[in-house]
Design a protein around this ligand. Sequence first.
Ligand SMILES: Nc1ncnc2c1ncn2[C@@H]1O[C@H](COP(=O)(O)OP(=O)(O)OP(=O)(O)O)[C@@H](O)[C@H]1O
Length: 267
Amino acid sequence: MTDKDQYKVQHEPFYQQQKNEVALYEAAYRNRLPVMVKGPTGCGKSRFVEYMAWKLGKPLITVACNEDMTASDLVGRYLLEANGTRWLDGPLTVAARIGAICYLDEIVEARQDTTVVIHPLTDHRRVLPLDKKGELIHAHPDFQLVISYNPGYQTLMKDLKQSTKQRFTAFDFDYPAAALETQIVAKETGMDEAMAAKLVKIGGVARGLKGHGLDEGISTRLLVYAATLIKDGVEPRDACRMAMVRPITDDADIRETLDHAIDATFA
Ligand SMILES: Nc1ncnc2c1ncn2[C@@H]1O[C@H](COP(=O)(O)OP(=O)(O)OP(=O)(O)O)[C@@H](O)[C@H]1O
């Protein structure tokens, strides 16, 4: 297996289009424009990028960003070995060399001095300077940079700089409308649509509480978890409490409200 093959998405991921994002992404890719995918947690951002990598037949390298991440974690570093030192490419460098789609998940978590290393890759230069190694990489023609971003988590202290934002085209994602989300939960888990619709309805109750005691509503991911447990034989009320309520809040009043909604739905 070559470097490239190991990053190929082997099987078609199930992705339910919300609007015309597939065609728009293809246009961005044709022109090698960097893409930003914005939206709340668990609404399908990563699945979309995985699906696009599969559809375009390009390798996909995903990096989960965090606040301890340094530029070296992205670009690469020298490793100390018995016989001296050896350079090890970081994931961004590998992607630029082999022509992969590089997906930096939750980029805003990374420190700003880390974020700026992507700048020269996002404009017409499409280069990546490896300062420590003294090498300038010209990105492979197939390389594309994609970042994800949850606008709900941003504070004044933690946001992308305009000079970073303005290097990307952007997609606004959100939880799908009820009918579409029902199809997603049903197709993803094999659950019948009538049952999936019940889970989506409870999800809707929780999303209505956002800003009234809840930071985020129940994600599509959690609806899929609940459906998976139910398909495995777990009693629906237990599955919903376990997958859709307990993870998202410790507030007794909100839990009670959501538990009531669950009991009413499965009465
Ligand atoms: N449009 C969709 N088509 C198919 N599955 C979907 C879709 N939207 C959400 N899902 C389901 O929701 C799950 C979570 O989606 P995904 O991992 O893409 O979330 P995300 O937006 O990247 O979240 P995070 O920001 O937390 O990484 C998927 O594993 C899939 O089961």
